[in-house]
Design a protein around this ligand. Structure first.
Ligand code: WQD
Length: 345
């Protein structure tokens, strides 16, 4: 029986595929490569020294998806595929609602048709919006404040209704905090298209000389040094959290929600300092205006995941920065700088 990974060519998806393969699991990847590179999948196979079926197609292509379910015995689905740029979602809300919601309904309907009822959904701490209590527990009020976050919130609600409608469903909603870093090999990593929106890839591109300086979005927040605080979690820790969640769904029915974070927040200035230590480079920065929609501090209370999944993040900020730096130096142009993508595996 195999695990179907949607969006397996993406940043978190590719790292999770490596961990699944290393654990001896069989996987199948479906990805439309709209925001990822097929090269990442070649490298996943290289790292894990195992081949796996890849289907380059959109999840909304129902007939193509039914073909995948006909051709394989699928025991569970990890659903990463989706559009995820907050800023773009504000500019193009319909694109986000259509893609993220319709791909998920098509997936769930096809799962139901083929009797596959185990689903892990890639959600985000962004569903908490402006939380009024820190650290954030899963019971905290939900209130996304941008279209991207609202698609995650709506999908979570849809999955709650689905689980309530039929006890056969076993669903885990995983709310990621701020994934950073890369596999220790430096062969896979975060490969933002265009100008990085997120802090760490931006810092890495400044460190390697591709960008001039970091704009620190505000230093007047109610935090120790005034700059934004986030719960950065190593992407491999996050990936391993998915394997623990699959184990949980082996014996737990119904729907379960988990925060996947470290429980520790770091400020922008602390991240810059940590990256300077990891890279040996000076990271120029300037204090800029706050970014609209940003909050001052956001970090998880991961106690529920620690207890119920037997999982916790083990990689610290030094390893996050060192692994991100190794990926950046080895791949200055991301996957685009590599040889043309070979035929699907
Ligand atoms: C982190 C901190 C910024 C860039 C986003 C998405 C969220 C999730 C994770 C998908 C903040 C500051 C950033 C820069 C800066 N993605 N910053 N200069 O906003 O916490 O979360 O990524 O699920 O949905 O919203 O991450 O890395 O953009 O920002 O000062 O050039 O760094 O203000 O305090 P964020 P981020």
């Amino acid at each position: 029986m195999a695990i179907l990974v949607t969006g397996g060519a993406g940043y978190i998806g590719s790292h999770t595929c490596v961990e699944l393969l290393r654990e001896g699991r069989d996987i199948i990847v479906v990805d439309n490569l709209s925001n990822s590179h097929g090269e990442a999948l070649d490298r996943v196979a290289e790292i894990a020294n195992r081949a796996f079926p890849v289907y380059i197609q959109d999840l909304m292509d129902r007939e193509a998806l039914r073909k995948v379910f006909r051709e394989h015995r699928i025991e569970a689905v990890i659903h990463f595929a989706g559009l995820k740029a907050v800023g773009e979602s504000v500019q193009l809300p319909l694109k986000y609602y259509h893609q993220n919601l319709m791909s998920t309904t098509t997936l769930c309907e096809t799962m139901e048709e083929f009797g596959v009822y185990r689903l892990l959904f890639s959600s985000s701490a962004t569903v908490y919006g402006m939380p009024d209590q820190m650290p954030i527990r899963e019971e905290a009020a939900i209130g996304a404040i941008n279209p991207y976050g609202r698609t995650k919130q709506m999908i979570e609600q849809m999955l709650q209704d689905l689980a309530s409608s039929d006890p056969k469903w076993r669903i885990a909603i995983l709310r990621y905090f701020n994934p950073v870093g890369a596999h220790e090999s430096g062969r896979i990593g975060e490969d933002p298209s265009g100008m990085p929106n997120n802090l760490l890839p931006y810092i890495a591109q400044v460190a390697v000389g591709k960008l001039k300086e970091v704009a620190v979005y505000g230093n007047d927040y109610d935090t120790a040094d005034g700059t934004g605080v986030r719960d950065y979690i190593h992407v491999v820790d996050l990936a391993q959290g998915h394997l623990k969640t699959l184990d949980k769904l082996d014996q737990a029915d119904g729907l379960h929600i988990y925060n996947l974070g470290t429980g520790r927040g770091y400020s922008v200035l602390e991240m810059i300092k940590a990256f300077e230590q990891a890279s040996g480079r000076t990271i120029p920065y300037r204090i800029a205006e706050r970014r609209p929609g940003d909050i001052g501090a956001c970090f998880a209370d991961p106690a529920k995941a620690n207890l119920e999944l037997g999982w916790s993040a083990v990689r610290g900020i030094e390893e996050m920065c060192a692994d991100a730096w190794r990926w950046q130096v080895a791949n200055p142009r991301g996957y685009a700088g590599s040889v043309a993508y070979a035929e699907p595996i």
